[in-house]
Design a protein around this ligand. Structure first.
Ligand SMILES: *Cc1c(COP(=O)(O)O)cnc(C)c1O
Length: 379
């Protein structure tokens, strides 16, 4: 077995080739000239926002989206080419965050007349137009304006205003991760009235609605651009196998064997003595734990890949260590690579497999990888 790259105790390897090819694969499926906006919030779902932004733009994305002003600042200061494309902030912002967004010419979401007014005041102070995207809540029940008359009022006010630019009209789907759920079509139906108004007010106003789930399931949702996150990382928005969607997972999480010990019957491993040897066996200690985002709930249920085979994580996951049962005849040695997420030989541990153990979604698995884990850019 090869040693984990750079001799790191743990490493998240992110294939920028996979990010690029996923972007191309998604773009090929877009209808009516729709563009791809790469959603790189939360450090690109744990993959590293700067490198992923570059790769997504190389792969054909024409826009970027983040959740916060701080994320937008970070991308613009680290990715020179991001300055050439629109960057939209999707989240709710405080007045001071809005000022930071305006200072870097990011585009912002708006769903109340009060916030629209704050945008106008800010734009007149800075003397530069602020580009706003009016958000219609068509059923997500989260951010956005539910009242259609208010949406229309904001659209026309932004279109009229010399200080503001009506850059977009958008909505967000509640059930796109469940293909076939009729609620998505109902949301599109509600949205279509606002779409007609926006198009008539300002032909260049970009209409956008689809996340990955809607993009891959329903071309009706594509409009002028789609906002894809999970799919560009090569994971399925529906919780299944991403290979069927012609997407390639970009991230793997690798560690190495830090220590090996032989146990006798009755010897226990780790905090709380949750696991005890029932026959003589060999155990590897791997220097990764919940301090790296390898969640405690994976103890006793997850597998890792070592020596080209699956091996169970035994006992409690601690902050900096896990234990793996190798079996008495194992030839695994100190320094051998341990794959926590990703492929080794013929075997694979997918983000979905870990998500199933944790009773969560694949999104939370990669987003949860800790700051202590270095990200390594792979081809
Ligand atoms: C995060 C987010 C997306 C991307 O969703 P995916 O399911 O990861 O494609 C799109 N739109 C909004 C408003 C979001 O917050």
């Amino acid at each position: 077995m090869t040693e984990a790259a750079s001799g790191q105790r743990i490493l998240a390897r992110v294939s920028m080739g996979a990010i690029e090819s996923n972007c191309r694969s998604i773009s090929r499926r877009l209808v009516g000239g729709a563009e791809l906006c790469a959603v790189v919030k939360a450090d690109a779902y744990g993959h590293g926002a700067a490198e992923v932004s570059r790769a997504a733009l190389r792969g054909g994305a024409t826009r970027l989206a983040v959740a916060t002003a701080g994320e937008a600042e970070e991308i613009l200061s680290n990715v020179p080419e991001a300055k050439d494309v629109p960057l939209v902030i999707l989240g709710a912002m405080s007045p001071s965050e809005l000022a930071r967004a305006a200072a870097i010419d990011a585009e912002v979401g708006v769903w109340t007349t009060g916030f629209l007014e704050a945008c106008r005041v800010l734009a007149s102070e800075t003397g530069r137009p602020l580009r706003v995207h009016v958000k219609h809540d068509t059923g997500m029940g989260r951010l956005g304006q539910t009242d259609q008359a208010e949406v229309v009022e904001m659209l026309s006010s932004a279109a009229r205003d010399g200080e503001l630019e009506l850059a977009g009209l958008w909505t967000h789907f509640a059930t796109a991760d469940e293909p076939g759920d009729p609620f998505l079509a109902e949301q599109i139906e509600v949205f279509s009235e606002s779409v007609a108004v926006a198009r008539s007010l300002q032909p260049g106003c970009m209409i956008h609605a689809a996340n990955s789930g809607a993009t891959l399931a329903d071309p009706e949702s594509h409009f002028d651009f789609v906002r894809c996150g999970i799919a560009i990382y090569g994971l399925s928005p529906y919780g299944g196998d991403s290979g069927e969607l012609e997407l390639e997972p970009a991230l793997s999480l690798v560690s190495r064997v830090g220590a090996i010990k032989d146990l006798q019957v009755g010897d226990s491993v780790g905090y709380g003595r949750k696991w005890t040897a029932s026959s003589p066996t060999r155990v590897a200690i791997c220097p990764v734990g919940y301090g790296d985002g390898y969640r405690r709930a994976l103890g006793g249920v997850a597998d890792v890949l070592v020596g080209g085979k699956r091996a169970p994580v035994i006992g409690a996951v601690s902050m900096d260590n896990i234990a793996i049962e190798l079996g008495s005849s194992s030839e695994v040695q100190i320094g051998d690579e341990v794959v926590l997420l990703g492929r080794q030989g013929e075997e694979e541990i997918s983000a979905q497999e870990l998500a199933d153990h944790l009773e969560t979604i694949n999104y939370e698995v990669t987003v949860g990888i800790g700051q202590r884990v270095p990200r390594e850019v792979a081809p």
